[in-house]
Design a protein around this ligand. Structure first.
Ligand code: CA
Ligand code: CA
Length: 298
């Protein structure tokens, strides 16, 4: 099994990045990841402003998937996420939804027996997730802190162990990079961080020829999801919804109006995050409806 060290990391997703490893379609790869501060915050007297922006949101990779060609889809199965035993959170003025209210603080939060020890009264069950996972754009470069149609910093809390994510291949090899693990995070990511933590992610990556799904798309638990990022949350919500609607019409051959009604009944429109350069929303839809149409994702 290939293992990619966090010493091979990028701050931008770009076709110009040199691959850190090559893997075959259908094989398994381990990404070792730093936290979003490049592991620079180790004590509570180290504040967010002490970390330069050139160290924020490193993503390990990229990995070149042999045989992946522009126009294909990467099927990415999250086989495992292992995190370190302590994580970091920061607040800083001007950052996030409460940026006008909070001051600058750092908290180191230990994890014991699957629970983050937030304070004497509060222990939180961890739910490790991948904040940044994306492929290279066709041209130019996208900072690892930005989510878009290539994936990237989607901060979707349902990208967990057992999830299957579908991302576009825009360049030969796809150039997949992964980083920014959170031991736990709520929808919204209010102060611009989850419980930021280094770790290891094990993925099985398979090339699907062509693109028929509206990407990025995610399957996890009892749900399938379309994920969309845009300048405003309104636009992101609209895009995620339209994408799920077109999935239902194209893949399940549902009638346009019927699919709209069904989304109104069973679709849950949710926020992934509202603090990155673009906002991210997801439309969650129950998998059992797909099954009742005899449809299953590849
Ligand atoms: Ca993030
Ligand atoms: Ca983060």
């Amino acid at each position: 099994m290939k293992r990619v060290s966090s010493s091979s990391s990028v701050l931008k997703m770009s076709p110009d990045n040199q691959p850190a490893a090559h893997i075959d379609s259908g094989s398994t790869v381990v990404f070792e990841t730093m936290d979003c501060f490049s592991n620079h915050i180790q004590r509570e007297d180290q504040l967010f402003s002490s970390v330069g922006w050139d160290l924020i949101n490193p993503a390990t990779g990229p990995v070149y998937i042999n045989g992946a060609e522009p126009g294909d889809t990467l099927k990415i199965e999250v086989l495992d996420i292992v995190t370190a035993e302590k994580g970091v959170m920061t607040t800083a003025p001007g950052m996030g939804v409460l940026g006008e209210i909070v001051s600058e603080t750092t908290r180191i939060i230990p994890i014991k027996e699957g629970k983050a020890i937030f304070n004497e009264k509060i222990q939180i069950h961890v739910n490790p997730m991948i904040g940044v996972i994306g492929t290279a754009p066709q041209k130019g470069e996208i900072p690892t802190g930005t989510p878009e149609s290539h994936g990237g910093n989607m901060d979707c809390k349902r990208v967990v162990k057992g999830a299957t994510l579908y991302l576009p291949v825009n360049v030969p090899g796809g150039l997949l990079s992964v980083g920014d693990l959170h031991a736990v995070m709520g929808d919204g990511e209010i102060v611009v961080c989850g419980l930021e933590i280094p770790g290891e992610v094990t993925l099985r990556v398979t090339v699907l020829k062509g693109q028929t799904l509206p990407l990025p798309m995610l399957a996890e638990g009892d749900s399938v999801m379309t994920i969309a990022s845009a300048k405003t949350l309104d636009e992101a919500a609209q895009m995620a919804t339209v994408n799920m609607h077109s999935f239902l019409c194209q893949e399940l051959k549902m009638d346009i109006d019927e699919a709209g009604m069904l989304l109104s009944l069973l679709g849950d429109l949710k926020i992934c995050q509202v603090v990155d350069p673009l906002m991210t929303a997801r439309m969650e839809f129950p998998r059992w409806v797909l099954e009742s149409y005899g449809y299953s994702l590849q």
